[in-house]
Design a protein around this ligand. Structure first.
Ligand code: PMP
Ligand code: GLN
Length: 387
């Protein structure tokens, strides 16, 4: 047989992402979909109008490779305001096709064959395959369930002469863990002793609850000097399908980042960038209100589940809530998520899939997305309380 017919896979052990699998199953079964993380409400009207008017006004050709200047300026102003970092929009800020592209470019920019990259499990599912595509070696270290705090001693013990990069995600998907000042102090101490790069996956930066603060790697000079800080407008503006995000990094890191970015997507569609720039300038109240907006949803969802048999420890951040099901079923989380989608009409995400070895996931929990209208949350809770 022709040897071209079946390529030798670079990722032979990788299937279709759990988000695609569970959303497809939810659609097929007509189930309430609280699996893949996306809102069931639309983005702000003023933003939709701004994008529409730029499209109508002929802003439909290639923008600059690094992103529309007005958007990069608006992001730089926001980052200065929120985190005190005066970054140069020309040399330190790149607009990307969602955070996913930014993660790919940042990892590709610094990871050489044989380099080790520390990833904390449960980990967002794109990190590991992208590291391996570069010939890198992912080194998975578990967060400590059930609070999912970072085990800094274990990270320190895992660092070798080959460690190139540490990927941090706060607020954390899927657990809702939010890094605190102690974490930042431990990270600073670690970085003072080791030449490693950092990726701050901060896509849920505006979803932090109970008066806690999001501590961005941008806000600390020693950390920012070695960091790629990544965010996503999909999350902040309820428009996950637009796939627009950005990466902030010091000039030398941004240069390497753009060497990759220019050949991955080159740039990101013009009217959406212009629309977001306009909205960012005129509606800062949107992101200022976001923690309260999502905290209200989290509280509603948790309150509605009070009569259920799930174990609920309210999420500290993100728009995800873990629900422990040990008192309800002895099945694996993957089997249960599928069965409840088909039989109970509610879809969730099993968390064991975010572990390098799913068998090491001891916390029997499913992840539910609460970025939903209140009546969707009520319908979901109704089903969950009967289980
Ligand atoms: N990182 C994390 C932790 C996420 O949850 C997501 C969300 N999907 C992404 C990155 C990717 O974001 P985007 O949709 O902007 O590519
Ligand atoms: N980040 C989203 C989640 O965690 C999904 C992103 C995707 O579908 N690739 O649900």
């Amino acid at each position: 047989m022709n040897s071209l017919a079946k390529p030798v896979s670079k990722l032979p052990d990788v299937g279709t992402t759990i988000f695609t699998v569970m959303s497809a199953l939810a659609n097929e079964q007509g189930a309430l979909n609280l699996s893949q993380g996306f809102p069931d409400f639309d983005g702000p009207e003023a933003l939709l109008q701004a994008v529409n008017s730029h499209m109508r006004n002929g802003q439909n050709q290639y923008p600059p490779m690094a992103g529309v200047a007005a958007l990069r300026q608006a992001i730089a102003a926001k980052v200065l305001d929120l985190y005190g970092l005066a970054c140069d929009f020309d040399t330190e800020l790149t607009v990307t096709a969602g955070a996913t592209e930014a993660l790919f470019c940042a990892i590709t920019a610094v990871v050489h064959a044989g380099d080790e990259v520390i990833v904390l499990d449960p980990a967002y599912d794109s990190y590991d395959p992208v590291i391996r595509l570069q010939g890198g070696v992912p080194v998975h270290i578990p967060l400590q369930a059930p609070q999912y705090r970072i085990d800094w001693d274990r990270i320190e013990a895992a660092i070798t002469a080959n460690t190139r990069l540490l990927i941090l995600n706060s607020p954390h998907n899927p657990t809702g863990m939010v890094m605190d000042e102690d974490d930042i102090a431990a990270l600073s101490a670690l970085c003072a002793k080791n030449d490693i790069y950092l990726i701050g996956d901060e896509v849920y930066e505006h979803m932090v609850f109970d008066h806690a603060q999001h501590l961005s790697l941008c806000a600390y000079e020693d950390l920012y000097a070695r960091s790629f800080v990544i965010s996503s407008f999909g999350k902040t503006y309820h428009v996950t399908g637009w796939k627009v995000g950005y990466c902030i990094a010091p000039p030398a890191l941004t240069t390497e980042f753009r060497r990759v970015h220019q050949y991955v997507t080159f740039t990101v569609n013009t009217p959406v960038q212009l629309g977001i720039a306009e909205f960012l300038q005129h509606h800062p109240e949107h992101h200022q209100r976001l923690p309260g907006f999502y905290q209200t949803k989290r509280d509603l969802f948790c309150e509605l589940l009070k009569g259920s048999r799930f174990t609920v420890s309210p999420s500290q951040g993100t728009y995800f809530q873990l629900l422990g099901f040990a008192a309800i079923s002895a099945e694996s989380d993957t089997a249960l998520a599928r069965r409840w989608t088909c039989e109970q009409g509610i879809a969730s995400i099993p968390i064991s899939v975010f572990y390098q070895n799913p068998d090491t996931c001891r916390h029997r929990a499913l992840r539910f997305c609460f970025a939903k209208d209140d009546d969707t949350l009520a319908k979901a809770a109704d089903i969950l309380c009967r289980l």
